[in-house]
Ligand binder design. Structure first.
Ligand code: NAD
Length: 357
């Protein structure tokens, strides 16, 4: 099969880690008989330097014409003093809106080989976990009506949580479809004991659950979910939740894996095209030093194969190679922790993973 991928290398370590993922995709193409074409576009600080804008129209057009988008990271101290609307990070909201990406998929997995990096108690870490956070990305309180007004106690500010049935239905379907590719279990997180928007959320998720009788579905209140994530993370397979609850819980879930350089993500809309990127930033402190861990970006490419191109075998091959890499004791500087392993450079990690594929 043939796929056209838009590459948004971005700033800082972005170009180094995206190039690693491209090498891995090319090897997958050779091994499984696919042709991946890559077209680079500017985004973030490098786009500001070249065009004066963080998200040039040509980038948006190129992404809309692609089968999927692979992004490194944007931002850095060079652009930190620009006004909010001209900053590199503004491009991220712009590209998500242009591609109509309403779902964020954030896996959080504790690799057996990295369990000593997990900040949880050893007996909890020993159980391991592998969960997928499905976060609604374009609705809820971050986009609801807001303002300032005079209230009972003087000046006050308000933000509004609002979800339509349609928005809940479509994110619930993503969660159930995702669960079908995994362990067939969905936990829906809300605050239905207090919030009306959560009561509509819960009722709607239950309706959609009837379309997926092969998938188990339960509800959990968000305060309990925050506790359960550190107490018994192994109980979660797919978690579906609103924009703000997902924002907070997905960061909590990523922290308990103990390794920021290992975590991929996907943003999806109603078409097969998605945008795939590591959860970390542009790491300006190590940019250009061949030190960055490229695994989060390589695993983001694996997610692209699985969720946009339906190439499950190919995605499995990448994930297995990453497992074998860690099991063999190889580490990057961010994963050294208490081990005495010699840290591998970005290019050395890429070569090892290519060998293991
Ligand atoms: P960061 O994630 O870039 O870095 C935090 C720490 O983790 C740093 O010490 C860094 O060296 C380390 N780190 C991150 N990724 C790593 C990797 N792959 N391998 C090894 N070490 C890694 O977060 P920050 O320092 O808060 O932000 C730096 C810049 O990135 C800022 O301009 C910020 O706005 C931007 N940012 C961009 C995105 C994005 O593009 N999606 C996300 C977050 C932050």
């Amino acid at each position: 099969m043939e796929f056209n991928i838009a590459l948004l290398r971005g700033d800082g370590i972005g170009p180094e880690i995206v190039d690693s993922a491209v090498a891995v995709l090319e090897k997958i193409g050779e091994k499984f008989g696919h042709k991946f074409s890559f077209t680079p576009y500017l985004i973030g600080g490098s786009a500001i330097d070249a065009t004066g804008k963080p998200l040039p129209e040509e980038t948006v057009k190129g992404c809309l014409e692609s089968d999927s988008v692979l992004l490194g990271a944007v931002g850095g101290p060079k652009w930190d003093n620009l006004p909010g609307d001209c900053r590199p990070e503004k491009a991220l909201l712009g590209i998500r809106a242009a591609l109509e990406l309403f779902t964020n998929l954030r896996p959080a997995k504790l690799y057996k080989a990295l369990k000593d990096e997990c900040p949880l108690r050893p007996d909890i870490a020993a159980g391991g976990f592998d969960l997928m956070m499905v976060r609604e990305l374009t609705g809820g309180i971050y986009f609801g009506e807001r303002g300032r007004r005079e209230g009972k106690y003087g000046e006050e500010a308000y933000d509004t949580e609002c979800y339509s049935k349609m928005e809940i239905e479509r994110i619930a379907r993503v969660a159930f479809e995702t669960a079908r590719k995994r362990r067939k279990n969905v936990i829906s997180i809300d605050k239905a004991n207090v919030l009306e928007s959560s009561r509509l959320w819960r009722a709607t998720v239950h309706e959609i659950a009837k379309e997926y009788p092969d998938v188990d579905c339960t509800d959990m209140l968000v305060d309990n979910a925050a506790m359960q994530l550190v107490k018994n993370p192994g109980q979660f397979d797919v978690v579906v939740t609103s924009n703000m609850f997902g924002d907070i819980l997905s960061d909590e879930a990523s922290q308990i894996t103990g390794s920021i350089g290992m975590l991929p993500s996907a943003s999806l809309g109603s078409s097969k095209r998605g945008m795939y990127e590591p959860i970390h930033g542009s790491a300006p402190d190590i940019a250009g030093q061949n030190k960055a861990n490229p695994i989060a970006t390589i695993l983001s490419a694996a997610m692209m194969l699985r969720y946009s191109f339906d190439l499950d075998k190919e995605a499995d091959a990448i994930e297995t190679a990453v497992d074998s890499f860690l099991e063999a004791g190889y580490r990057t500087a961010d994963l050294i922790g208490s081990t005495d392993a010699k840290p591998l450079s970005t290019t050395e990690v890429t070569e090892k993973i290519l060998e293991l594929l």
